[in-house]
Ligand binder design. Structure first.
Ligand SMILES: [Zn+2]
Length: 388
């Protein structure tokens, strides 16, 4: 058993309701988990000590929504959108062709690069979806490759109907042979419930089939229109309804009285120049809110959780404390995890050290690389070099 004491913590933002925020604090890591935390003066002895010189320590961010298994580049589509072309669900198909043609090794290289970016952005747990294969072979490859890097893998065969394929036949494939091929490699079943993608009945069929195959439901809901996605998420006790950009008052009430997390993805609204979700109404109604990156090649190609936090504060009127909670505890709840997302004795020692005295700087200094160190399961996983 080895132990490490992080000491000289200027501000320890535990996200644990019992401890709240501690100043001049220390935190003991024992065998990969958090053993103790409290005032520096009361810190227990440890095998080694790391002095943090007044820096702020947070739980590692939990990114509960990302699409990292793909090939190809859609920078030109982004540039066209910035001079006036609208975002539609159909752009996904251009990534599908490149992904089907890519080798496992090419997909693995891209995935590892993006996972490295997430880590450098302070993310210690991420979810990763398939959804750019849209045939059984490529969807299975996608969930298998994602599973090499994370346990939070979502089967998203129901991303869009591929070009030239009959809708009803495709939904049958997604609920049948494709699901059977992918389920052993996934934890979650996801669906893009949206005009231009899958309607409420099709989405229900996909999620119900996934449940029967042992997967847990989550979905893309109410991104472009106030459709039935949120209603369906609550009906099925989905872990999370993601996007929530266009909500009716009844959707907000339904989320607030459920165990379904409202996962907001402001980097998408930023990158598609769309209206931001009404986080204030969700929070004021008592809904649990998560923030995630939705990193994907089409609607928002960013791995920056700090920028998502800055946007949530600046554009969605979340307080910095609410945004930090959403990016840590909120993400953990959206993945139905109770071992990550907060700094509590017994939780996994996943933490982020900021080169700043407070997490307020995440929103106060947007775009500035403030992540100094990232620890995962009690070990240093990433450190900013002097050259960066
Ligand atoms: Zn998504």
């Amino acid at each position: 058993m080895t132990s490490t004491l992080l000491t000289g913590i200027g501000l320890l933002a535990t996200q644990d309701p019992e401890f709240g925020e501690l100043t001049d604090a220390a935190l003991l890591i024992s065998d990969g988990t958090i053993g103790w935390l409290g005032p520096r003066a009361q810190a227990p002895a440890a095998d080694r000590a790391v002095e943090l010189d007044g820096r702020c320590v947070l739980p590692g961010f939990v990114d509960s929504h990302a699409h990292l298994v793909f090939a190809g580049d859609r920078a030109a589509e982004f540039a066209a959108r910035m001079i006036g072309q609208p975002y539609t669900a159909g752009g996904i198909r251009s990534t599908v062709q490149a992904t089907r043609q890519a080798t496992d090794q090419q997909l693995r290289t891209n995935l590892a690069r993006l996972a490295g970016e997430l880590l450098a952005a302070g993310v210690t747990t991420f979810e990763c979806k398939s959804g750019y294969g849209l045939d059984t072979e490529t969807e299975q490859r996608s969930v298998r490759l994602a599973g090499e890097l994370t346990g939070e893998v979502s089967y998203l065969g129901a991303h869009v109907v591929p070009a030239g394929v009959d809708r009803a036949e495709y939904v049958e494939l997604v609920c049948g042979p494709m699901l059977q091929a992918c389920a052993p490699h996934a934890k979650w079943v996801d669906v893009f419930c949206e005009q231009g993608a899958f309607d409420e009945d099709e989405s229900r069929a996909v999620l119900t089939a996934g449940l029967a195959a042992g997967l847990l439901p989550r979905l893309h809901a109410n991104q472009l229109t106030a459709g039935g996605g949120v209603r369906l998420a609550v009906e099925l006790d989905a872990a999370s309804a993601d996007h929530c950009t266009y909500l009716r008052p009844s959707d907000i009430e339904a989320l607030a009285s459920s165990n379904t997390v409202a996962t907001l993805l402001p980097l998408v609204e930023f990158s598609t120049r769309s209206p931001y979700p009404d986080a204030r109404s969700l929070l004021d109604a008592g809904a649990t809110v998560a923030l995630a990156t939705d990193c994907n090649p089409g609607s928002g190609f960013s791995t920056s959780m700090p920028l998502a936090i800055a946007l949530a504060v600046r554009e969605m009127r979340m307080s910095p404390a609410e945004a930090l909670y959403a990016a840590t505890v909120g993400g953990a709840k959206a993945l139905r995890r109770n071992d990550i997302g907060q700094l509590t004795a017994g939780y996994r020692a996943d933490l982020t050290v900021l080169d700043a005295p407070s997490y307020l700087h995440l929103a106060y200094r947007p775009g500035v690389p403030l992540i100094q160190q990232v620890w995962r399961a009690g070990e240093p996983a990433w450190t900013r070099s002097a050259l960066q």
